[in-house]
Design a protein. Sequence first.
Length: 463
Amino acid sequence: MTERNMQKALEEAKRVVSLIESDALTEDQKKAIQTDSIANFNENVNPGWLEYRKSVSTDAAFVEWEDEGDVFRDLNGVEFIDCLGGFGIFACGHGNPEIKKTVMAQLNRYSLHSQELVDPLRGYLANLLGMITPGDLQYCFFTNGGAEAVEMALKLARLATGGRWYISTVGAFHGKSMGAISMGGKGAYREDYIPMIQQVQHVKFGDAEAARVAIENLEAVGEKVAGLIVEPIQGEAGVQIPPDGYLKALREICDEHGVALIFDEIQTGLGRTGTMWRCDHEGVCPDIMTYGKASSGGLVPITGIIARPWTYEKSGVGTGVEGKMFDNPWILGSPTFGGNPLACAAFISTIRYMLENDLPGLSKQKGERYMAGLAKLHEKYPKVLTTYRGAGMLMCMEFPTDEVGHEVTKALFARNVMTAGTLVNAQTVRIEPPLVQADETIDKVLVALDEALAEVGEKYGLL
Ligand SMILES: Cc1ncc(COP(=O)(O)O)c(C=O)c1O
């Protein structure tokens, strides 16, 4: 147990502030940070966390200290090529200097809003989002994390439709708050919290008819469905790509039954899959869309929802017709830090950078380079890399077992390439690099992967 001691805390805080503010660490400081990190994680964060990290790195002592472009660096300046991209955060690269410049300008002006005056950046950002999202998506609500955005989407669906039930998909991942995890489609994340939101039916992902049947069955017994929530490509489930036409069919079903269609684009949005939004692939507009991860510009977290006007009009969230005008603009939520000026500045600058540099196009092009490399490696090591798939720069590799996947991840890490399985399984390993990853870096990764597959294939008799 950490003993309560204000004087000691003050001295420790001063020491850590000086480390943060230091331009160059001494060798002693580096050693201290390494030792402190292990002790602090074991004693005050979560010992399991370190064990989990160690399982991939073989050495828990890799402490990240800097990032730039397509790499993270540890305390000693050792570089790791980032093929995980923070599960989609680093679309614009690490420490993107153009976005950082905007963020620094805002930081030096004011970072957080008064909560009472009108903060202009929130308005500018919402307007821009209206311009880069499909159809008549218009009203924005900004939050801090992905799960929080999903909560807002779920609540808005109930307000807008009067329905109470949700349809979600098996394998889905929408975050881990109580509402979001209720929509989750993996038992491992849910079991310990049951009972949660009761009015959820999970149907097979990629099967629109299953969704129709679930809605019709609920209606037959007098229930009403509020929303259908789906990832256009399931990320955490291992880059599961539904058949073409799936999103369109869901749109039709939701229209027929007055159900709000929610696309969770937190991972797939903002260029990740080779189009600005994954739903652009089918030309489908949801009623409510979530975004996150890449919206941070890799610098300041910001997430949120954008919704079609009818959802606000029907719900009394603030634009209401039907006598509900301005009923309660805060009914959805009022997160203190949601849409703060610093985060809005990061997101606005991210949008500028993405459009100026055609990141969706770049994602498509670089994803094709990866896929061509993966095709060759699959041919060379079919028993190790059993299959692979992807859209743009959201890709994955599959291995015969969790253990083999884990070993490949480890072998890549030993070659300074960072990837990761899902949170509970490494049979499928995701590749989600910055969309701006250099072609030479991609080629380096493919060479490292070739070596890793050979090494693990040999070890498990799979060559
Ligand atoms: C599709 C999707 N929705 C929601 C979330 C939850 O986001 P957060 O971890 O920021 O709560 C994630 C995170 O991986 C996600 O991929």
